[in-house]
Design a protein around this ligand. Structure first.
Ligand SMILES: Cc1cc2nc3c(=O)[nH]c(=O)nc-3n(C[C@H](O)[C@H](O)[C@H](O)COP(=O)(O)OP(=O)(O)OC[C@H]3O[C@@H](n4cnc5c(N)ncnc54)[C@H](O)[C@@H]3O)c2cc1C
Length: 464
């Protein structure tokens, strides 16, 4: 086996690739991770600029007790760096009639809220008596859009004022295009098990609770920002992870794979038994063209929402809202162009200089994709105008930074599940995928996809 340089080559140093590499290394396997950018972490990156601590991608983590990332946070010592969002993390606003209204987070708040009308609230309560879904013929048997599911179970008001803005916040998307089963599998499973989401939520509230990490179900980041997460993995991997190197070709060999790597304008070749493609579906499908063309079609059918992240610093006195929460979500019915605004400096300490606040606005998504690519001056004009109207900001921000992501969030549209099945079935032996288009878009779900790829490699027969 002299022609094998490394057992597993991992393409892409986002959180999926880092998780995969770290897991394999922890199990004594030889790995090499290559990232084409000059930094690891993919969209996860924290920048300190002008006295502000800015996140270019995710701002926080929310984990479930079963998420494997929990163990890594502890074992890398990152748990000592954690900062919690505290009470503000639980308070979100919804824009309605141009005004930020608190999103109801409890039964009593739900009764009192003006986000929904009395009729809308009664329709939500009726959910407990709505029979479970009967498959229809309009799409794949049994597959519903998020819109269809929510209207059927909770009514149109709940869709418009609660779910639509939530879908914008998580997927930068619209409920009419996402598959309920792929985007929110837990809710579909709750309907299957309990016959109703409300009944399921009650059963889980009062049922036995497994022992759980204190970090689970809290919103947190790290003292130096989300960039600490890939930073910890970079330290773990050391020289096994390299940046500024782009994988430009992949061919099959009798022992596994030959990978062409572009580094400082020279092409190098690496032979490995396994390859993990941990880039987006857009990037990974380019590498599959020759060795696995059957996977390319379904990968091309996965749309990505583009997003522009606009970080803005204001003097506290120039903001008309107390910013006493996580942020504000913007329903489609409000006919605004931005997706939402995070109150970044309210959430975590040391995100803005004394007397200043940091706001992060998101623009683009599936409803206004062109806005994510608009000229800076046009984007800034629209974002500033909408932030002013929503939060009563006065004047221009003292600080401004734009980050654009062409393929920010993969869209789990109707047929997503069968697309992923087709892709994975088509892969040649030894080739694995990881990334946010597989089994959830959050940082922790994407991390898990990397761990899953590593587990498959660990389970495959070792020939060394
Ligand atoms: C603006 C934004 C805000 C978000 N907010 C949150 C949040 O608050 N909480 C949350 O949980 N999630 C959030 N998410 C989602 C989450 O951050 C992402 O889904 C996740 O980090 C994606 O990780 P990844 O490893 O799959 O991909 P990426 O981070 O895209 O990494 C893939 C890497 O592969 C590299 N690559 C691709 N092709 C090649 C090649 N041929 N050769 C070498 N390298 C290659 C790329 O350069 C890239 O660095 C957010 C996402 C965005 C964009």
């Amino acid at each position: 086996m002299s022609s094998i340089d490394i057992e597993t080559l991992i393409v892409g140093g986002g959180i999926a690739g880092l998780a995969c590499a770290a897991h394999l290394k922890a199990h004594g396997r030889s790995v090499r991770l290559v990232e084409r950018n000059d930094h690891l972490g993919g969209v996860i990156r924290t920048l300190d600029e002008g006295g502000y601590r800015i996140e270019t991608g995710p701002n926080s983590l929310f984990l479930r007790p079963e998420d494997p990332i929990l163990d890594y946070i502890t074992s890398t010592g990152l748990d000592r760096e954690i900062v919690h969002a505290g009470q503000f993390g639980k308070r979100r606003f919804i824009l309605k009639g141009g005004k930020p209204l608190p999103l109801p987070m409890s039964v009593s708040e739900g009764i009192l809220t003006s986000v929904l009308s009395v009729k809308g609230k009664l329709r939500v309560l009726k959910e407990a008596f709505v029979p479970p879904h009967e498959p229809n013929d309009s799409h794949d048997p049994g597959e519903e859009t998020v819109e269809e599911f929510v209207v059927r179970r909770f009514g149109p008001e709940f869709l418009d004022w609660i779910i639509d803005p939530f879908v914008k916040g998580v997927y930068a998307s619209d409920p009419e295009i996402l598959s309920m089963e792929s985007a929110f599998p837990r809710l579909v499973a709750m309907e299957d098990r309990y016959g109703s989401i409300l009944k399921g939520a009650l059963a889980m509230q009062f049922g036995p609770k497994p022992s759980t990490s204190p970090l689970a179900r809290t919103i947190f980041s790290f003292r130096r920002g989300m960039g600490s997460l890939p930073g910890a993995f970079a330290s773990l991997l050391g020289a096994d992870a390299g940046t500024n190197a782009e994988v430009i070709g992949l061919t099959l060999t009798p022992q596994g794979f030959r990978t062409a790597l572009l580094f400082e304008e020279e092409t190098y070749y690496l032979h490995s038994r396994h390859v993990v493609l941990a880039g987006s579906a857009i990037h990974s499908r380019e590498l599959l063209q020759d060795i696995c063309p059957e996977a390319v079609g379904p990968m091309t059918e996965i749309p990505y929402a583009p997003v522009a992240v606009v970080s803005m610093g204001f003097s506290k006195k120039n903001v008309g809202h107390p910013l006493d929460g996580f942020g504000i979500l913007v329903p489609s019915r409000e006919k605004r162009k931005i997706l939402g605004i995070l109150f970044s400096s309210s959430l975590f300490p040391a995100r803005a200089p004394e007397g200043q606040v940091l706001l992060t606005a998101f623009a683009g998504g599936m409803s206004h994709p062109k806005l994510a690519f608009a000229f800076d001056e046009d984007l800034i004009e629209i974002v500033e105008r909408e932030v002013e109207a929503i939060l009563g900001t006065k004047g221009k921000p003292d600080f401004l930074r734009i980050q654009r992501w062409e393929g920010a969030i993969p869209q789990y549209t109707l047929g997503h599940k069968s697309r992923i099945e087709k892709i994975t079935q088509a892969l040649p032996e030894g080739l694995f995928l990881a990334g946010s288009y597989l089994s959830g878009v959050s940082v922790s779900q994407t991390f898990t996809s990397g761990i899953e790829a590593a587990r498959k490699i660990l389970a495959s027969p070792s020939e060394s």
